[in-house]
Design a protein around this ligand. Structure first.
Ligand code: ZN
Ligand code: ZN
Length: 378
């Protein structure tokens, strides 16, 4: 009891967490530490047990109330309450059914397949434009692929097996368990067939009865327009095959190369266009880079440097809608002027009065009011 971890800490939720928060934290962790994903890893198995224990208590409002009471009244648990302390909560089979449901996507019904191979994550490199427009990519990776000679059954010819009589081929059996909370029915792996649901009469010589072989799998994927670095495509059953179970899934993630001019944020695109002082003052047409080509945009007269224009609908098209293109113009100051040019520039600047520069004259007025100093055009 003393070394027992706090159930709230185990699930990483607050003491006031709602049932939904608890459920979601539990599912996330249970998936992460599921023994199928960590074969032979004792610490993951221990963690998985802890998560199930914590969930068993916190997901039940009555048990949770009692647990909260014990947390606030340490010492009461040792024989002081009818449960005899929460050290008595054995992880055991707790929560298993929930996990099966989670993996098979069902709720309430009895899970048909409990064993499932691990998921595989693959990262695909895309150019900036491929991600925006969509493309087709072929991905190859090595996995445990279902054996083609036995159709993944592990039995010669795919037929040399019988259904396990104990579990009726389902691979799971119900266990009755008497706990301090009464009789509970739990579902677990069938001890006769080890959860495969099959009794193999003659092993497949290709895969030696495992039902899978280590192979390179090639898959062609249609990548929809508008995918981003946080998008992920799921290809069901293209993950790891497992003995007597269903394949895991393949998840495709994306690495997207940057564009030389455009920057993307979700559906919106951003570009900075350098313009001359003259265009900023007089206004004029500029070429703006878009997705497929450049297009002409009008800069109005007297445009300050750093002004951002929104071009509607020129962003990324996705199923959720189309973004905009934000065009920022920046006045470029020439790096070097000849003596002649400097002379002309001075003549020009001298001819422009402070009055015609709105911001500068306001600035000069403020300086005069606060500091009592008069400043010229600068
Ligand atoms: Zn069985
Ligand atoms: Zn085989």
């Amino acid at each position: 009891m003393a070394d027992k971890k706090n159930f709230y800490d185990v699930l990483g939720v607050s003491k006031t967490a709602s049932q939904d928060e608890i459920k979601s934290a539990y599912r996330k962790l249970a998936k992460q530490y599921h023994p199928d994903f960590h074969p032979g890893d004792a610490s993951a198995a221990e963690k998985f047990k802890e998560i199930n224990e914590a969930n068993e208590v916190l997901s039940d409002e009555n048990k949770r109330k009692q647990y909260d009471f014990e947390l606030e009244h340490p010492g009461m648990g040792q024989g002081g309450n009818p449960f005899g302390g929460f050290g008595g909560f054995s992880g055991g089979m707790g929560g298993f059914e929930d996990i099966f449901n989670m993996f098979t996507g069902g709720f309430g019904g009895e899970a048909q397949t409990a064993r499932r191979g691990a998921d595989i994550q693959q990262t695909v490199n895309l150019s900036f434009l491929d991600a925006i427009k969509g493309c087709t990519k072929t991905v190859s990776y090595t996995r445990n692929e279902p054996c083609s000679s036995c159709n993944g059954t592990g039995a010669k010819g795919g037929t040399a097996y019988q259904s396990c009589s104990r579990c009726g081929g389902r691979g799971r059996v119900k266990f009755q368990q008497d706990t301090i909370f009464g009789r509970t029915i739990q579902v677990g792996a069938c001890p006769d067939c080890g959860g495969t649901g099959k009794k193999i009469l003659d092993r497949c010589p290709e895969c030696k009865g495992k039902g899978y072989q280590r192979k390179e799998t090639k898959i062609t994927i249609n990548i929809p327009a508008g995918v981003d670095v946080d998008s992920s495509l799921r290809k069901p059953r293209f993950g790891q095959a497992i003995e007597g179970g269903e394949c895991g899934d393949l998840y495709i993630n994306f690495r997207i190369e940057p564009h030389r001019l455009l920057r993307r944020d979700d559906r919106d695109l951003y570009v900075t266009v350098p313009i001359s002082y003259r265009t900023a003052v007089e206004g004029g047409k500029i070429q703006v880079p878009g997705i497929d080509d450049t297009f002409e945009m009008n800069v109005p007269e007297c445009t300050p440097s750093g002004t951002q224009f929104c071009v509607r609908g020129k962003g990324v098209k996705t199923v959720h809608g189309t973004g905009n293109l934000y065009v920022k113009v920046e006045i470029e100051v020439p790096a070097k002027l000849s003596r002649e040019q400097t002379k002309k520039l001075n003549e020009f600047e001298d001819s422009v009065s402070l009055k015609s520069c709105d911001k500068m004259s306001k600035f000069a007025n403020s300086v005069s009011a606060i500091y009592g100093k008069k400043i010229e055009k600068q």
